[in-house]
Design a protein. Structure first.
Length: 448
C-alpha cells in the first residue's frame, strides 16, 4: 500500500523514496527528462534519464529516487515541493494512458463546457477543476460541523417518496414495483417528521426536479443542505441560523481553501455584521425606482431582479448577500405559514448571494387541520403521506427550516459562469454523464 505522498518529500532530503502517481507533465532537455509527478497531495519534480522519455502524461507510475535540494536559483515558489526535486533512479509503468484529447498542462483548459463534461473523468484531474470540489467538500463539511456545534442531529432522507412535498409537474415519476412513486424534490416531509424526534435536524441530500429548462443556474439533480428546527419563538430565528451557518462556511473556506481561491482569483463575499433583510415588495419597489423595470406584481424575483437587489445591497448595506422575505402564499409550498400581520404573504425568505438565490426557507404550518386544508386547496393528495400527517397528529411544535444549494454556493464563491461546473457529474435535460443527443444518435445508427 502507498505510504508516502509527494508533498511529504520536502521532509525527506537526502533519503531514498518510493512514489506512486500520475505523470502530470513531461519536459525533455537533451538526455535529461523532467517529470512532474502528481498525486492527491500535489506535484513534485522528478529528474530522470533517457529511459524516462517513454513516459507520457497521465501514465500511472512507480518511481524510486533520491530527494535533493534544488539550487537556489531553480526554486519554484508556486508549489509546496518547489525547494526540492527527486533524482529518479528507476520507474515502473503501472498503467499506460491513451494519447490525450487536449493539453492538460495548461493553467486554464480553455474548453467549452460540453467538451469539459464529455471528458469529465479526465478534466476532473486538472488542478483548477479539482479545486472546485475541494471547495465543495469544505462547504458541506463546514455545514455539518457548524450545525453539530449548535446541537443539530444529522439524518438521511429517502429519495423515493409516495407524494411530492411541493406539488407541481416538475417531478420524476418512477415505477415502484407496479405502483407510481416519485423521486424526491425535497426532504421536507422527512425533516419535519424528524423534528418530532430530535427537535433540531439536518440532512445533506440529493434532490431531483424534472424542470424542462437549460439555464446556467439549474440542474435536474442537486446536493441540498437542509435544516429544520422546532420550538422556535419567531420565524426570524430561522434567518438567524441560516446567517450563522453561511458565515461559518465562509470562515472554513477562507481558512482551508486559500490555494483554491487563488486559482480562481476569488475572494469571499462581503458581509456586514448582519445580513440585510427586506420584504419582496420593498425589493421590487427599489428595483423599479433604480431601473424602471416594473415587476412589482410578480410573485418572485426574476434573475435580473436578483442581480439588481444585490447591487443595491452592496451600495447601500455593504453586503453581497441579502435576505428577501414575505413571498406570496400562492407561490410558496402549501405547508408555509402565512404572516398573521400581513395576510396573503408568508413567513418565508430567500437568501440572494452575489445575484443568485442560494437558499430558501421559512416557518411551517404546525396545525394538522390547517395543513390538510391548505393541501386540499392545492390539489395535493396528502393522505398518501400518512407518516407525514402522523407527525402532526401526535403533536408538532412551532418549527421551520431552510435549504441551501451546495452547487450554487460554490458557484458564487468561485464566480463560476455555469452551475454545471460546480457539479461533479451534472444532470440536466441534455446530459446523463454523456450528452443525450449523442446517445440518441448512437442508438439510431446502431438500429440502421
Amino acid at each position: 500500500m502507498k505510504t508516502l505522498f509527494v508533498e511529504e518529500t520536502v521532509n525527506k532530503v537526502g533519503e531514498e523514496v518510493e512514489l506512486y502517481g500520475w505523470i502530470d507533465r513531461k519536459r525533455e532537455h537533451k538526455n535529461i527528462v523532467f517529470i512532474d509527478l502528481r498525486d492527491r497531495s500535489g506535484v513534485v519534480q522528478v529528474v530522470g534519464g533517457e529511459d524516462f522519455k517513454t513516459l507520457s502524461p497521465e501514465d500511472v507510475v512507480y518511481i524510486k529516487g533520491i530527494v535533493k535540494k534544488r539550487p537556489e536559483n531553480l526554486v519554484n515558489p508556486k508549489i509546496k515541493t518547489g525547494t526540492i526535486e527527486v533524482e529518479g533512479k528507476i520507474f515502473k509503468l503501472i498503467s499506460k494512458a491513451a494519447p490525450l484529447p487536449f493539453d492538460m498542462g495548461k493553467h486554464d483548459l480553455g474548453l467549452t463546457l460540453p467538451i469539459l463534461l464529455d471528458y469529465r473523468s479526465l478534466t476532473l484531474r486538472h488542478p483548477k477543476v479539482r479545486a472546485i470540489f475541494k471547495v465543495q467538500e469544505t462547504v458541506i463539511d463546514a455545514f455539518r460541523r457548524g450545525l453539530k456545534n449548535k446541537g443539530f442531529v444529522e439524518f438521511q432522507s429517502p429519495v423515493i417518496i409516495p407524494e411530492t412535498a411541493e406539488g407541481g409537474a416538475d417531478v420524476f415519476v418512477v415505477d415502484y414495483f407496479g405502483r407510481k412513486a416519485y423521486l424526491s424534490q425535497s426532504p421536507q416531509f422527512y425533516k419535519q417528521i424528524m423534528v418530532g424526534v430530535f427537535e433540531k435536524v439536518f440532512t445533506v441530500n440529493k434532490t431531483l426536479r424534472a424542470e424542462p429548462s437549460v439555464t446556467t443556474r439549474h440542474l435536474a439533480e442537486v446536493t441540498t443542505l437542509d435544516v429544520e428546527m422546532g420550538f422556535i419563538n419567531s420565524w426570524t430565528e430561522l434567518m438567524d441560523m441560516a446567517e450563522y451557518i453561511i458565515k461559518f462556511i465562509f470562515e472554513a473556506v477562507e481558512k482551508l481553501n486559500i490555494e483554491e481561491l487563488r486559482l480562481y482569483n476569488a475572494s469571499l463575499p462581503k458581509v456586514p455584521k448582519r445580513i440585510p433583510r427586506i420584504k419582496l415588495r420593498e425589493a421590487q419597489e427599489i428595483i423599479y425606482k433604480r431601473t424602471g423595470r416594473d415587476n412589482r406584481n410578480a410573485p418572485d424575483l426574476q434573475p435580473e431582479d436578483e442581480r439588481e437587489i444585490t447591487r443595491w445591497a452592496i451600495e447601500k448595506k455593504g453586503s453581497e448577500l441579502v435576505f428577501v422575505t414575505h413571498y406570496p402564499a400562492a407561490k410558496r409550498p402549501f405547508y408555509t405559514m402565512e404572516d398573521p400581520e400581513d395576510p396573503g404573504y408568508t413567513l418565508s425568505f430567500d437568501l440572494i448571494g452575489r445575484g443568485v438565490e442560494w437558499m430558501t426557507g421559512g416557518q411551517r404550518i404546525n396545525n394538522l387541520n390547517e395543513l390538510l386544508e391548505k393541501a386540499k386547496k392545492r390539489g395535493i393528495n396528502i393522505e398518501k403521506s400518512e407518516l407525514y400527517l402522523q407527525a402532526f397528529r401526535y403533536g408538532m411544535p412551532p418549527e421551520g427550516g431552510f435549504s441551501y444549494g451546495s452547487e450554487r454556493i460554490v458557484m458564487g464563491l468561485l464566480n463560476l459562469s455555469n452551475i454545471r461546473e460546480a457539479s461533479l457529474f451534472p444532470r440536466d435535460m441534455e446530459r446523463v454523464d454523456i450528452r443525450l443527443t449523442k446517445l440518441k444518435s448512437k442508438i439510431q445508427n446502431t438500429k440502421h
